[in-house]
Ligand binder design. Structure first.
Ligand SMILES: [Zn+2]
Length: 96
C-alpha cells in the first residue's frame, strides 16, 4: 500500500488543488488519515516545510494526528513503506 486511501488515482484537478491548499491553510485534519488531528493520541503534530523553490518560499504546513501517521508520511516521502516493528519483538529476534 502506498499513499493515503483518500487520494484516488488518478486524482481530479479539484482534489489536487484542495490537496495543496491544505498545506498553506491547514484544516485541522490529519494529512494521512484525514481524521481531526487534535483527536489523536498525542494531540496535533505540526510539520512546517519551507519550499524555497515553490511559491517564493511559502511555508507548507502538514498536520498529523499521531506519530504513526507521521511515520507513514515520512516513509512515503522517503520512497518506502512504514513498517511498524514492536521494540520487544525486535529485541527477541536479535537475541536468537
Ligand atoms: Zn492520522
Amino acid at each position: 500500500m502506498s499513499g493515503p486511501r483518500w487520494m484516488s488515482d488518478p486524482c481530479t484537478e479539484d482534489e489536487f488543488r484542495e490537496h495543496w491548499q491544505r498545506f498553506l491553510k491547514p484544516d485541522g485534519l490529519c494529512l494521512w488519515c484525514r481524521k481531526p488531528a487534535a483527536d489523536g493520541p498525542c494531540g496535533t503534530i505540526t510539520i512546517k516545510i519551507s519550499e524555497e523553490a515553490i511559491d517564493n518560499g511559502e511555508v507548507f504546513t502538514h498536520q498529523f494526528c499521531s506519530w504513526e501517521c507521521l511515520a507513514h508520511r515520512f516513509a512515503d516521502c522517503a520512497g518506502g513503506v512504514f513498517v511498524h516493528t514492536d521494540v520487544n519483538t525486535a529485541a527477541d529476534l536479535h537475541n536468537e
